[in-house]
Write a protein that binds this ligand. Structure first.
Ligand code: AMP
Length: 125
């Protein structure tokens, strides 16, 4: 069920619980800005989620509200994770679902990293 991105941040969302250590995750990477872990329902041979440590509902919320250092730290973390996973060659795909039409389901910003296969169509449905 897609979220309503206009709602305030919900501390009970599943990624907030993972950040607080209340739920487990299959961790790939962590630094001051970000946590990365394997998606529980992978849609590619490599499917990793990168989330900011701070509380942002969505890409829209993050890019409007976060300060430059927070945005830079998060973006650099996404790049670090792709290199750690050795995806730069032959390549990979990043995706952010935003809000209802973007079919965002978890109301804490996350970047999907897909890799380990050849991608073709950008949007299937
Ligand atoms: P989105 O539709 O962009 O909000 O994607 C949410 C993603 O979170 C989906 O790909 C889910 O499979 C993934 N997900 C949900 N719960 C968990 C969890 N506990 N651990 C890892 N991934 C999860």
């Amino acid at each position: 069920m897609p979220i309503d991105p206009s709602l305030p941040y919900d501390d009970a969302n599943i990624f907030a619980k993972i950040l607080r250590g209340e739920l487990p995750c299959n961790k790939v990477y962590e630094d001051d800005h970000a946590l990365a872990f394997h998606d529980i329902r992978p849609q590619a041979p490599v499917h990793v989620l990168v989330i900011p440590k701070a509380a942002y509902v969505s890409w829209d919320d993050f890019t409007a509200q976060a300060d430059d250092a927070t945005i830079a730290g998060f973006m650099r973390a996404v790049g670090t994770v792709t290199r750690q996973l050795e995806l730069a060659e032959p390549g990979y795909r990043l995706m952010v679902n935003m809000g209802q039409a973007g079919h965002q389901e978890v109301p804490h910003l996350h970047v999907h990293i897909f890799g380990g296969r050849q991608f073709f169509q950008m949007i299937c449905d």
